[in-house]
Design a protein around this ligand. Structure first.
Ligand code: FAD
Length: 383
């Protein structure tokens, strides 16, 4: 994190520094190999837990670190600076811990938060379906009432952490079409009929697990429902609103990594008898990268700080995600360009940043959806 950029407390800074140290020690030496092998480092999350990162936003009474969202954003940024895949694994996990903490019953909190806070159990999120992405309210997976239970059927697509998630917050239709007919459930992986299928191969974030989950008559007790029947869609949106701070921080971390790598390479690489840093064309790219990095950080910290103070932050989270993800994608391409042919090879990490950056413009609401949310806040709705 850049000194003086934002009024970060020493406690918040410490958490960011801790994440940086762990990322440098536990991830950096392995990341090239993990990326190549599409390896999900399950054991890493035990180490992140030792530093309190798995339960970063979980209150201390449930065994978490009880940190705020500014600290969380700093930690995600530092992890993403080394590996964007690890950052999204933690971000989705934290999004669910936070949703359970805010929306769950006392019994649900006692049941899940201590195990999620230690990372013994990893959490997942299942909203998207083959026919319902941005238009998530079009989901067709169903939860049918059967006595004192619900029976879940359908397919959830591209669930981050899916293969490893001991508990998933899944949205299912309990009523009529549209957003009002959706309810949220906490579904445990070991329930009969819960099938992890089709681990998805991706352009980037190779250390992150993405898969489909098929629900074939999964029977869950009534108290697996999160909140009231028919409120599942708004719960999913509320989880995603906070989640966007994490994805914006992830994009910011990728951007920071692009800047670090570009500065080092520009100073080292010579052409026409001088370091390429001496060429204005190169230094201007790096200047713009640094400026956009500061802007991304400020937008992320503002959204996180509003969230911490209990103030509305949805529009600010959308702006942070929109800006940081666009900047990460754009400057990752510039980082490759600055590296020339080397940038296109796996000898340098910028080709990975380039592949990893793109997804930040897509998941947890595409850039177009963020623009739609921001536009509506300014202009109102016309539907
Ligand atoms: C690696 C990965 C991990 C993911 N993890 C999860 C997860 O853990 N849980 C989960 O539930 N989902 C997850 N997703 C799904 C992700 O959130 C969706 O892919 C995303 O919301 C977009 O939906 P879609 O892919 O169906 O695109 P579509 O909704 O089909 O959109 C296609 C294009 O149309 C545009 N578009 C759509 N509607 C509008 C509109 N109204 N105005 C303007 N443009 C519009 C979109 O912006 C996009 O450019 C993941 C996806 C990936 C690739």
């Amino acid at each position: 994190m850049a000194a003086g950029l934002f009024d970060v407390t020493s406690e918040q800074r410490e958490i960011g520094n801790l994440a940086r140290e762990i990322a440098q020690r536990e991830i950096a030496p392995h990341i090239a190999a993990w990326d190549k092998a599409h390896y999900f480092p399950r054991e890493l999350y035990t180490k992140l837990n030792a530093a309190g990162l798995m339960g970063i936003v979980v209150p201390e009474r449930y065994g978490g670190a009880g940190a705020d969202y500014v600290s969380y954003a700093l930690a995600i940024e530092e992890l993403a600076r080394v590996d964007a895949g690890t950052a999204v694994t933690l971000s989705v996990h934290a999004m669910i811990t936070s949703a359970i903490e805010r929306l769950g019953t006392g019994e649900q909190k006692e049941r899940y938060l201590p195990r999620l806070a230690t990372g013994d159990v990893i959490a997942g999120f299942g909203l998207t379906e083959p026919g319902a992405g941005s238009d998530a309210a079009a989901l067709t997976s169903t939860a049918r009432r059967d006595g004192d239970a619900y029976v879940l059927s359908g397919r959830k697509q591209w669930c981050t952490n899916g293969s490893y998630a001991g508990v998933t917050m899944g949205m299912f239709r309990t009523g009529a079409s549209g957003s009002k007919g959706v309810s949220a459930f906490l579904v445990e992986r070991d329930t009969p009929g819960y099938i992890v299928e089709k681990v998805t191969e991706k352009l980037g974030i190779h250390t992150s697990n993405t898969c489909d989950i098929v629900f074939e008559g999964v029977r869950v007790p009534q108290d697996a429902m999160l909140g009231e029947e028919g409120t599942g869609f708004s719960m999913a949106l509320s989880a995603l609103t906070a989640g966007r701070i994490g994805i914006a921080a992830q994009a910011t971390g990728i951007l920071a990594a692009c800047l670090d790598a570009s500065i080092a390479f520009a100073r080292d690489r010579e052409a026409f008898g001088k370091p390429i840093a001496a060429f204005e064309a190169i230094s201007f790219k790096i200047a713009q990268m640094a400026t956009d990095l500061d802007a991304a950080r400020l937008l992320v910290y503002r959204a996180a700080s509003l969230c911490d103070r209990g103030l509305p932050f949805a529009i600010e989270a959308s702006k942070a995600k929109l800006f940081a993800s666009t900047a990460a994608r754009k400057h990752a391409a510039e980082a490759v360009q600055i590296h020339g042919g080397y940038g296109y090879t796996t000898e340098f990490p910028v080709e990975r940043y380039y592949r990893d950056a793109k997804i930040t413009e897509i998941y947890e609401g595409t850039s177009e959806i963020q623009q739609l949310i921001i536009g509506r806040s300014l202009l109102g709705r016309f539907d």
